[in-house]
Write a protein of this length. Structure first.
Length: 336
């Protein structure tokens, strides 16, 4: 641990020790009866009981957060399930308190109050823990973004040189009346321009994102040969309503299908359907899994996309990935 981090740790330990000693002194004097000092063992057992009670409360609160809060409260329609769970937990807590007081009627109001306090602490722990988790994830995402930008700056070739080179090749293709090659160069230039410019923005329009995907699909169509054993079906549909999306969010799922779903020696297929209606996006990608697609490293891009969705669209998306020995399917719904 660096020296600069020792100071706050030692300060925390000193304050904690002083506070515990101060409280123990108050309890010790408060238990003084006449000239007889209280039994130290009784005080130790009393303090140990308080510590165990707090530890049990912390454990219940943490389990509630991990098993119930994250399972239901982070989903759009999970509020009712989480509310039902809290009511059940309140019932159990109340019955435990009743058992502790031997079900004496005079303690019912006190047990109800304690149940409400304990339940409030447990519920509040979930919100605080989730806020801290989201904060840590945001900091981690920012660090990863900074590292990626630095890496890109180190490895990136001057974009002006690349665009000038593409323009030169494009002009040569037109001069030779080779329109298919000229069109492909235009598609590649559009992909590079989007990657270098739009990807630096937090959001881009659906129109720009679809234009980028169409250029990518056009290059893939030109790359793939026409074979009876190869079937590729693609559809991009947008209702025209203004909407924005994180740039390059969908391409990992599509690129994954082309990278691992195409085979020139085995029957293979890709089915892609992307629709945006009423600012709700639905992506469905299904592809075959030829034997060559089962190599290690499969799906790295999807893991990154899953993390971006969790950080940028928490509670606003549903991602389902199904895979078998010969197929891979991705279904994504996203509220824009």
């Amino acid at each position: 641990m660096p020296r600069s981090r020792h100071v706050p740790v030692l300060l925390f330990g000193a304050v904690l020790t002083g506070l515990l000693v101060y409280w123990a002194g108050l309890l010790y004097r408060g238990m003084w009866h006449g000239e007889t000092a209280p039994e130290v063992g009784s005080l130790a057992r009393y303090l140990l009981g308080i510590g165990l009670l707090l530890a049990a409360l912390g454990a219940v609160a943490h389990l509630n957060y991990r098993l119930a809060f994250r399972r239901w409260m982070l989903r759009p329609s999970g509020g009712w399930q989480y509310g039902t769970w809290l009511l059940t937990l309140a019932w159990v807590l109340f019955e435990l308190l009743q058992l502790r007081t031997d079900h004496v009627p005079e303690f019912i109001d006190e047990n109800l109050l304690m149940t409400a306090v304990l339940l409030a602490v447990i519920a509040a722990y979930g919100y605080v823990a989730d806020a801290l988790r989201a904060r840590r994830a945001q900091v981690e995402l920012q660090q990863q973004k900074t590292e990626a930008e630095l890496t890109a700056l180190k490895a990136r070739v001057n974009p002006h040189f690349l665009f000038n080179a593409l323009n030169t090749i494009y002009n040569e293709a037109q001069r030779a009346d080779n329109e298919p090659v000229a069109d492909l160069i235009q598609q590649l230039a559009g992909i590079m321009r989007f990657t270098l410019q739009e990807s630096t923005q937090p959001l881009t329009s659906i129109e720009h994102e679809f234009s980028f995907l169409e250029k990518y699909l056009a290059l893939q169509r030109a790359r793939l040969p026409e074979r009876a054993t190869l079937r590729v079906s693609t559809r991009l549909d947008w209702d025209g309503q203004p909407a924005t999306i994180a740039p390059l969010l969908l391409i990992p799922f599509i690129e994954n299908a082309y990278q691992y779903g195409i085979s020139f020696t085995h029957p293979s297929y890709i089915d892609l359907d992307v629709t945006v209606e009423n600012r709700r996006l639905r992506l469905h990608v299904a592809n075959s899994r030829p034997p060559a697609a089962l190599l290690p490293g499969h799906g790295t891009g999807i893991a990154t996309a899953r993390q971006r969705l969790a950080l940028m669209y928490a509670g606003r998306h549903e991602l389902r990935i199904d895979q078998t020995a010969d197929s891979f399917t991705v279904t994504l719904t996203l509220d824009l």
